[in-house]
Design a protein around this ligand. Structure first.
Ligand code: ADP
Ligand code: ZN
Ligand code: MG
Length: 487
């Protein structure tokens, strides 16, 4: 029997606004000192009043626009009630009935909604050897493994975007692909750093399997701290559920954690229903009449979206027509992509903007220039264009080009002068090369004989020696012809 897995995602991303969601505290994910960016509002003191952060609302609306979702005319914030030390008010301000964005699509996956809420504080559970005696007293520690917990409120009240997808994915691979594309979009829209390792983006996967068209009972997986754990966690859970059902068991609706060390999911708690949270509109906050606020208009949001990854791929395909794998490389490497575009512009100015020249430029950027790391961003696009021109005209061999690029990146300068000074201009002149070839043949009689007795590949060795002798500046095909002539 063939079970069909189904997955829906809930993804949180910390927005990179200057201040928190409902107060003027600094929103700084880099702050290491605990409880520095706090005030009575985000500490949940009685009598304080929250004020909505406009920039955070706009960020979510911008994401909604880029996803092609529907922006709410009227939106509101709700209280989600529960008790935990990381939620000082006893409730989290979130959105329930009227999210800012409904619908939309990314990577072919339908989006249910995108809404705005506040992040919780960060708790760490501490093992303290000094307290060992205390924890080993089972009556006092209640069997807990850590002695005490610390709470850092710097993160409490940081604006958090939540995106929920429809249950339409079917594999771990699809999940990580979606996650990566969303991260890219959030970065392109400049709304979040979306770094999974830093917890700026968090992903929960709901997984079920079924033999029929009806979806099976879902299990929610938490602590998926990277795209690869998301992929493996989902695949593990699919297999676990299938094995359970095939063994005559039933899947229970619950929340499970992903154990990175054991590479398996484990039961954490039974899933609460939304009615357990007693959601109700927050009476301290005004309803948001989104459609009446000028900055939130579709036109304005469109203007703020410079280019999405989808638009960039499309533009690169149509305008430059380079290899798909190069385009994908540029999607993820903004600086090198800029270097490519600016260099292409210089080539364009001398009307050599044909696809093969652009592909040569791209090859050198993706392989050669990229290998130098940060240093490469000091290289002027004019210089890159000029290297490509010299390759195109046959003045530089590919070996010679590599040498010029190395000097260009490490020491700067003008490519043509570098080639001149280092003697790297391709030598096409037969008279010059003939002397070198005669020398070469004299010194490698054994190889020459091998060639003569039928080992045709020996010629390549001789060409290689010739390239070496000329510092990579010889034209290899001229070289080969000459060698054949001489022997
Ligand atoms: P809940 O009421 O438990 O919050 P929702 O219907 O709001 O459930 O869905 C929460 C998430 O779970 C969404 O991402 C959705 O796509 C996903 N989901 C819902 N039902 C299933 C299912 N049967 N299998 C897999 N994912 C599901
Ligand atoms: Zn505050
Ligand atoms: Mg729900």
């Amino acid at each position: 029997m063939k079970y069909k897995p189904t997955i829906g995602l809930e993804i949180h991303a910390e927005l990179k606004t200057k201040t928190k969601m409902f107060c003027a505290c600094k929103n700084d994910s880099e702050e290491k000192k605990p409880n520095i960016n706090i005030c009575p509002v985000c500490m949940g003191h009685p009598g304080t009043l929250p004020v909505i952060n406009k920039e955070a609302v706009k960020s979510v609306l911008r994401v909604g626009t880029a996803l092609g979702g529907e922006l709410a005319d009227l939106s509101e914030f709700d209280r989600k009630n529960y008790f935990y030390p990381d939620i000082p008010k006893g409730y989290q301000i979130s959105q329930y009935k009227h999210p800012l964005v409904s619908g939309g699509k990314l990577n072919g996956v339908e989006i249910t909604r995108v809404h705005l809420e506040e992040d919780t504080a960060k708790s760490s559970h501490v093992e303290d050897p000094e307290q060992r005696e205390w924890v080993e007293d089972p009556e006092r520690s209640e069997g807990k493994s850590s002695e005490y917990s610390l709470v850092d409120f710097n993160r409490a009240g940081v604006p958090l975007l939540e995106l929920v997808t429809e249950p339409v994915m079917h594999s771990g691979e699809e999940v990580s692909k979606f996650g990566k594309e969303l991260r890219l979009l959030l970065q392109y829209l400049d709304v979040s750093e979306a770094n999974m390792e830093k917890g700026e983006m968090r992903l929960e996967a709901n997984v079920s399997v079924s033999l029929t068209e009806n979806l099976g009972t879902k299990v929610e997986i938490k602590n998926l701290n990277s795209f690869s754990s998301a992929e493996r966690g989902v695949e593990f859970e699919i297999k676990r559920q299938i094995a359970l059902l095939e063994g005559g068991g039933r899947v229970t609706q619950e929340t499970r954690g992903w154990d990175e060390n054991k590479q398996e999911t484990f039961s954490q708690r039974a899933k609460e229903d939304s009615h357990d949270y007693r959601y109700f509109p927050d009476p301290d906050l005004p309803k948001l009449s989104v459609k009446d606020i000028k900055e939130f208009s579709k036109e304005n949001l469109d203007l703020e979206i410079k280019e999405t990854p989808v638009q960039k791929r499309d533009r690169f395909r149509r305008y430059y027509g380079i290899k798909e794998s190069d385009i994908e490389f540029y999607i993820y490497n903004k600086n090198l992509s800029d270097l490519f575009e600016k260099s292409a512009e210089h080539l364009n100015s001398d009307k050599k903007f044909d696809k093969s020249t652009l592909q040569i430029l791209s090859n050198y950027i993706v392989s050669d220039f990229a290998s130098f790391g940060e240093k490469v961003f000091e290289v002027k696009p004019e210089a890159v264009a000029s290297v490509v021109r010299m390759i195109n005209s046959g003045e530089l061999s590919s070996r010679g080009a590599k040498n010029v690029i190395q000097i260009l990146v490490n020491e700067g300068g003008d490519p043509s002068s570098i080639a001149q000074k280092e003697g790297l201009f391709q030598k096409n002149d037969e008279a010059d090369l003939l002397l070198i070839v005669k020398d070469l043949v004299a010194q490698n009689q054994k190889i020459v004989n091998e060639y003569k007795s039928g080992k045709l590949s020996a010629i390549q060795f001789l060409v290689g020696q010739g390239m070496k002798a000329t510092n990579g500046s010889a034209n290899p095909s001229v070289l080969k012809d000459l060698i054949l002539k001489v022997i």
